[in-house]
Ligand binder design. Sequence first.
Ligand SMILES: Cc1ncc(COP(=O)(O)O)c(C=O)c1O
Length: 315
Amino acid sequence: MISRLGSYHGGTLMTAGLGGSKTLHDSFALPMEDHLLVSQPDFFNNGLPGETEAAFCDRLIAELEQVILDAGPEEVGAFIAEPLSFSAGLVIPPQDYFARVQAVLKQHDILFIDDEVITGYGRTGRMFGAETLGFQPDILCSAKAMSGAYFPISATIIDGDIYRDMEDHSDMQGMFAHAGTFAGHPVGAAVAVEMLNIVEETDLPGQVAAKAPYFARRANALSGHPLVADVRTIGLAGAIQLKSEGAGAMAAGALAGAAKLLATVAQDHGLIIRVTGPTAMLAPPLIISEAEIDQMFDTFKVALDAVAEQVNAPG
Ligand SMILES: Cc1ncc(COP(=O)(O)O)c(C=O)c1O
């Protein structure tokens, strides 16, 4: 299995190994020896000095090919990725990154597993992130918004050949051989079906696409702020990366913990944001109105200004 550093795919032995949490890896002797990790397509943070985004993408594709060749293509079963990695700070890949990844995987007959647990059902302005980011997965993992998060349910959507293989082996066992204790829970299924009806009837992905430019405009307006190093948005997902040591005009050390502080101050003002490293992320409900987008960014700015004052304070 190949995955990308900094990604998050879950907390089981297998998925924690495929994710990029150093804490989980160190605590549980991960990744397992047959897990291979490649770089995150994060040009802002991982691009080399003087490197263009196109050259950066070339380098990542070459890295993926090399990892496959080193392992032996027949030894590699699948590649797993989220269309946008929130755990890595909302990484938005170069435009042709996923199409090129897909071409390499196809060439070596390696499956593409698409982790849409966060991006599924409209977040990016299309039903699935794969459509927005331009690839066709063999296996798609889905949860969270599948029930509007009102009921715990997840699903794995599997392409014909792989499904048939599972079915054949289930026939050998005399029953579907991939059950879990709560698999196929009828309440979860009913909630998910209703949620999917609402998504389709209200064209929720289309609504997101319509609101995305306004969301982006409000986010990008923060880019001149003395604390802000980078702003990234796609659909109704946004990241505001704060300057950190070595990445801005602020004195070294002054910004350690600024993003965490921002999350606390924002929450005091009624806004919940997710923070990873120096990056604050916004993923509002997909039904958010323009007035609420204003309220969200106005509150974010109040918190940002308060944190800027604190980290600038003498001593
Ligand atoms: C992108 C992504 N993949 C996978 C998972 C894991 O899902 P679960 O906790 O249901 O195993 C999560 C959970 O937060 C996630 O955000």
